[in-house]
Design a protein around this ligand. Structure first.
Ligand code: NAI
Length: 386
């Protein structure tokens, strides 16, 4: 079994180390900050001991897994690992410098992976001596719990490296999907309207946060409403991802961020972590009451879902991923109740096109432009699945 090297002992690096060690690998975790390393070591131990308390593993298993993870302040131990997974700060220049350093000491066949969620894997690979060994392996947070992993070959990546990476991550009990090296990969691209269209509905005054959240959970079957989820993720983080995707798509209006969210972030109304976001999390504050109007609720759900369907269809149209991987990514990565392309089939492709065209006609905004694939399918009377 190959040894695994992790660079960066933050929340992602620590989670990935736990996953790899649980799968039986010897794992080395390196961080340039000694305090971060100490904190990570304590955190993994605490998490695994909690699993023992919950009866999910016994004390011996816990000790064995912990003994497999070494927290190191010297990365020369990485010279005989089979894969290095980088999970450091999300800055291209820093990642490039680190990849350059590590590719100097890594074994010739070592896979060099980045867990980046928004940067170009091809740009990171370009800093390495062997760019064909570089690949994106994008875990979701928390890594031990989230089943989905997006595999992103850079344009330089060797086919064998991709196949080996998929085999390895599957062997860790994860579900892998392959995505083209484009902004947001699958999930962070296709999910944008979940937040963006909900914010737009709020801004137009069609419904308040509680009503939109009620509609999406009770009628739409989503686990969390968009505003509850944005408060959970943090309005600062969610805004930054939206802005990054928008800029990376050369300012395509489809991904335009919302002023409402920007102001929330600027005001420090970050959500749960700051005690206030769209909702007030202070002790004793009453939960807002949604307007439980079935017709309004159905309209809200359909408007957000059709925008999600449009993104999913466009991702397929542009060959970002296969249709199965797009549906799998959204159901396993962000727990959507149904794959979006399957949802499109069930709702009817023509209905999707008509709704998008009506929105476009009403607002005259490019944000509502229908994917050419949906339009073509409606014309030909075809479906995504037979
Ligand atoms: P974090 O801020 O919790 O941890 C980053 C760690 O990297 C810190 O301990 C820091 O000391 C260390 N570090 C920074 N520069 C370094 C260097 N030059 N050499 C060695 N160590 C260095 O960050 P987090 O949240 O764990 O994210 C890490 C990566 O994973 C980022 O690329 C992020 O975009 C990506 N990611 C994050 C997700 C999340 O929800 N937090 C989800 C999926 C991917």
């Amino acid at each position: 079994m190959i040894k695994v090297g992790i660079i960066g002992s933050g929340s992602m690096g620590t989670g990935i180390a736990q996953v790899a060690a649980t799968a039986g690998h010897q794992v080395y975790v390196y961080d340039h900050n000694p305090d971060a390393l100490k904190y990570a070591q304590k955190k993994v131990s605490k998490i695994l001991h909690r699993l023992v308390e919950k009866g999910r593993m016994n004390e011996d298993e816990c000790t064995t897994i912990l003994n497999r993870i070494s927290f190191v302040d010297n990365y020369y131990t990485f010279n005989d690992v089979g894969i290095i997974i980088e999970a450091i700060v999300e800055k291209l220049d820093v990642k490039k410098a680190v990849f350059e350093q590590f590719s100097e000491i890594a074994a010739p066949d070592c896979i060099l992976a980045t867990n980046t969620s928004s940067l170009s894997v091809s740009a990171i690979a370009s800093s390495c001596k062997k760019p064909d060994q570089v690949i994106g392996i994008h875990f979701f947070n928390p890594a031990p719990l989230m089943k989905l992993v997006e595999i992103i070959p850079a344009i330089q990546t060797n086919q064998d490296v991709q196949a080996k990476a998929i085999e390895l991550i599957n062997s860790w009990g994860k579900i892998t999907v392959v995505a083209k090296d484009t902004p947001g990969f699958i999930v962070n691209r296709v999910a944008r309207p979940f937040y963006g269209e909900a914010l737009r509905i709020l801004e137009e005054g069609l419904a308040d946060e509680a009503t939109i959240d009620w509609a999406m959970t009770e009628i739409g079957g989503f686990r969390m409403g968009p505003f509850t989820l944005m408060d959970y993720i943090g309005n600062d983080i969610n805004y930054t991802v939206t802005e990054t995707v928008f800029k990376s798509f050369f300012y395509d209006p489809r991904y335009k961020p919302s002023f409402t969210q920007k102001r929330m972030a600027e005001a420090g109304y970050l959500g749960r972590k700051s005690g206030k976001g769209y909702y007030d999390y202070s002790e004793g504050s009453p939960a807002p009451t949604p307007v439980k109007d079935q017709q309004l609720g159905k309209d809200i759900v359909w408007r957000i879902v059709v925008m999600l369907i449009n993104e999913a269809a466009d991702a397929l149209y542009l060959n970002i991923a296969s249709k199965n991987d797009i549906d799998l990514a959204m159901t396993k990565g962000v727990n959507y109740p149904k794959g979006l392309l399957k949802w499109a089939d069930e709702a009817g492709i023509t209905r999707c096109v008509n709704t998008l065209d009506n929105l476009h006609a009403e607002y005259l905004e490019d944000r509502y432009r229908c994917s050419p694939l949906l339009r073509r399918m409606a014309k030909n009377g075809t479906k995504f699945y037979d």
